[in-house]
Design a protein around this ligand. Structure first.
Ligand code: SF4
Length: 529
């Protein structure tokens, strides 16, 4: 097809500026290869809808293609309303997990869109087009082109090396197709080289269970190690099955330089009954062994996920999961809430109440009341602000001593912190200083955390304490210009109460934790020259 008589525009609506839209990239590249020019326009849900609508109007497309997800469905519906008025001749095609008859589109594509879209644009098609998964992914041209990558500078690149998942968890769309299809490994390697060469710093694999096939996993990881181990900026993120690692993969991971690889593993719950109810295969013993081993290496950022509101989960069983997973001390622990996504089997669990609008989040279940789930919302907020920010690691370790379990601590913290209107660092520090009427060394641990995370030589007024005369005298001996930063503490988590001088090295930041290195100096005042 030499020329195509119609003007096609794909509009990708991301959730944040830094996110890219691989689904749109694949669709557009496929159409282009088939001789159908396809313009691309990207925006995000934080921008005014009118701005996106105006840009679409200026391009005056005959066909507008939109990918619809739970995070952008509201934006997309309003955008379509604008376009119906401003570009009335434009035909609208919606695809993606949220595309259904509630969207005012001329055509709805259910399933993988590339071939369906081509047929739609070249022959008569029904309003709803259901597609089978594409068997041979290698017939899709790579969308990771130099031009597209150049336009994505500073953004996170989502990379698809497989489609489908070998598992079928009842709440997940990826589990609907089951069969995993893979892009050719040589093509994956070439793409990764091009993506890294474009200056991308975070490459997030969208593969649903990256380590399901150990041989393929190892080949990709080995390539990343060989090719990018000297690159101190790039980071590859993978979603993995925590219980699925082979010995060879664990060994390979142990050799990764600090920060080159990040892993995210969904635990969801440790409650066997709940796991069975959602058809999730999970071996807790293997999972814990693998996580402990990966964390012990100190070279890989590990993110674990829990889901609240699963069938048969009770408040008690959830607490057991929370405490068990927290005890592993991952770098991030994300507490999510069960979502009843369209077309997923979890919707058959009729004893649950969930929001009828996106994100279709659980409200109550037969075993968890709405108030019990609401309590977990508070814990989620505190977990995100304190634990997952990585900025309060010493403070939390200190606070853990005052409660019988991690769950009890986060519940207590959530009750203390939730009235806060402002969740900025200063407001949180102030609230923590008054937690339990002011714990003895809370200011010391907060100050230690502050200097571990901020390369500054100044103590915030709220965390200041009077210096001892010997420390003040020591500071006077320092040269006027460049010198390391020293601070004095009356308590250190690893030492207990005492008087300690600490030297912070702001040239040395841990790529996994994002925190600066420090040394505890000899408490009798012997300092390095
Ligand atoms: S939750 Fe994970 S393992 Fe389960 S089907 Fe979805 S992607 Fe696969």
């Amino acid at each position: 097809m030499a020329t195509f008589p119609m003007r096609i525009l794909y509009c990708g609506v991301a959730s944040k500026f830094i996110h890219t839209m691989p689904a749109g990239w694949f669709l557009c590249e496929y159409l282009k290869e088939k001789g159908i020019p396809c313009e691309e326009l990207y925006c995000n849900i934080n921008e005014p809808i009118a701005k996106a609508a105006q840009e679409i109007e200026e391009r005056n497309p005959d066909w507008l293609l939109l990918s619809v997800y739970i995070f952008n469905v509201v934006f997309v519906k309003e955008l379509i309303a604008f376009i119906r008025t401003s570009v009335p001749h434009c035909k609208i095609v919606a695809g993606g997990p949220e595309a259904d008859e509630t969207i005012d589109a001329d055509h709805i594509v259910v399933g993988e869109g590339e071939e369906a879209l081509y047929r739609l644009l070249t022959e008569n098609s029904p309003k709803i087009i259901e597609t089978a998964p594409i068997e041979d992914l290698n017939k899709l041209p790579t969308p990771y082109t130099k031009q597209r990558l150049a336009k994505s500078k500073g953004k996170m690149i989502y990379y698809e090396s497989t489609r489908g998942c070998p598992f079928s968890c009842a709440y997940c769309m990826a589990g609907l197709t089951r069969r995993v299809r893979c892009f050719d490994l040589e093509r994956v390697k070439e793409d990764l080289v091009n993506i890294v060469a474009s200056g991308a710093e975070i490459i997030k694999f969208t593969d649903r269970t990256f380590n399901a096939d150990a041989k393929r996993t190892n080949e990709i990881l080995q390539f990343i190690l060989d090719r990018f181990q000297g690159n101190a900026k790039v980071c590859f993120h993978f979603e993995v099955g925590g219980d699925l690692f082979s010995e060879s993969t664990l060994e390979l991971l142990s050799r990764m330089p600090q920060g080159l690889v990040q892993l995210e593993a969904g635990v969801q719950t440790l409650n066997k009954e709940s796991l069975k109810a959602v058809n999730r295969i999970f071996c807790q013993e293997k999972f814990e062994k693998n996580m402990i081993r990966i964390l012990a290496g100190g070279n890989i950022h590990l993110h674990l996920d829990l889901i609240a509101g699963l069938p048969l989960e009770t408040p008690e069983s959830f607490r057991v999961s929370f405490n068990g997973v927290y005890a592993l001390k991952p770098h991030m622990l994300q507490l999510g809430f069960l979502k009843f996504l369209k077309r997923t089997p979890i919707r058959a669990h009729t004893d649950a109440v969930y929001g009828k609008e996106p994100p279709y989040e659980v409200i109550s279940t037969a075993t968890m009341r709405a108030e019990e789930l609401a309590e977990l919302k508070g814990i989620e907020r505190v977990l995100d602000k304190l634990y997952n920010s990585g900025r309060f690691a010493h403070t939390l370790a200190y606070l853990e001593e005052f409660e019988p379990t991690p769950y009890a601590l986060y519940l207590s913290l959530s009750r203390h912190l939730l009235p806060l209107g402002d969740w900025g660092e200063y407001a949180v520090q102030k609230a923590l200083l008054s937690y339990q009427n002011g714990l003895p060394y809370i200011k010391e641990v907060l100050r230690l955390d502050y200097f571990c995370c901020n390369a500054v030589h100044k103590t915030p007024s709220i965390l200041k304490r009077a210096r001892t005369s010997s420390f003040a005298a020591f500071l006077k001996t320092l040269p006027k210009k460049e010198h390391p930063f020293y601070e004095e503490f009356a308590f250190l988590p690893q030492k207990g109460a005492g008087m300690y001088r600490v030297q912070f090295d702001y040239r040395c930041k841990n790529r996994v934790t994002g925190r600066y290195h420090y040394d505890i100096l000899n408490e009798f005042g012997i300092y390095p020259q």
